[in-house]
Design a protein around this ligand. Structure first.
Ligand SMILES: O=P(O)(O)OC[C@H]1O[C@](O)(CO)[C@@H](O)[C@@H]1O
Length: 248
């Protein structure tokens, strides 16, 4: 795993954006795996800026998102569909027909999971997968004890995850209890992975990822089995790690 330690969230986001832009410049038809949550927000804002200022061209790319809440449709402001449109898709010249996110309103959710996994194989796998990390080490919505062999599936959200995400909802009661997520095996299919972590509240997850042996207790530790992972952290998220391997 290659590790980059940035001064702060802003420089982390610029670096992440630069890596995405390099990928798209090298391969204009790149498939990007995208994440939601607070962490990639500034990266997406930087991409929008880059599109405006440097004319980065997203016309031929495809995107595959990690997850979606069960029960929320694309018009729901708390859905990940809505998030992606608002923060990225509506602001760059991406082809909306080539943006893929699980359908949280599907009548047959098991069938939707199978369909999405097939889609990852057909459209993808992503050339570059962006990931955030939960405080409990989750990637996508794969909570602790999810099998490293899992493909796209439905999960019950951990209470700690519902509480962490309640800030996006009116109240904790409104946070869905289930989600569809790409599995850990689905994520590991990606050619390259960029894991982003910012802030002190991720420091314990990053310490555990780097210092403990891989275990299904810590979903992100499955990334140790992938040969091309870059961890981009800021100093706050890195502060519990006892050794410093690099800085910008
Ligand atoms: O970036 P945040 O908001 O801290 O979230 C971390 C992770 O949690 C999720 O939002 C799911 O709870 C992931 O999509 C994200 O990668």
């Amino acid at each position: 795993m290659e590790i980059w330690v940035s001064q702060d969230y802003q420089s982390l986001s610029q670096k992440a954006c630069g890596m995405i832009e390099d990928e798209v410049t090298r391969n204009p038809a790149a498939v990007l795996g995208l994440a939601t949550g607070s962490t990639p927000l500034q990266t997406y804002h930087e991409m929008v800026e880059g599109y405006r200022r440097r004319s980065v061209d997203y016309r031929h790319i495809s995107t595959i998102n990690l997850d979606e809440y069960v029960g929320l449709g694309e018009k729901d402001p708390q859905s990940y569909h809505f998030f992606m449109k608002k923060h990225l898709f509506d602001k760059i010249n991406i082809n909306p027909a080539r943006t893929y996110i699980p359908n949280g309103l599907a009548e047959d959710l098991e069938d939707e999971c199978r369909r999405y996994e097939l889609l990852i194989d057909q459209i993808g796998p992503p050339d570059l997968q962006i990931l955030g990390i939960g405080q409990n080490g989750h990637i996508g919505f794969n909570e602790p004890h999810t099998s490293f062999k899992s493909e796209t599936h439905m999960i019950e959200l951990a209470e700690s995850t519902r509480k962490a995400n309640a800030r996006f909802f009116e109240s904790l009661e409104n946070v869905p209890r289930k989600a569809i997520t790409m599995g850990i095996q689905s994520i590991l299919k990606s050619k390259k992975i960029l894991l982003l972590a910012s802030g002190e509240n991720k420091a314990e997850a990053i310490r555990s990822l780097l210092e403990e042996p891989p275990s299904e207790d810590m979903p992100a530790s499955a990334l140790c089995y992938h040969e091309d992972v870059t961890l981009l952290v800021d100093k706050e998220a890195y502060k519990k790690v006892e050794y410093l391997r690099g800085d910008e």
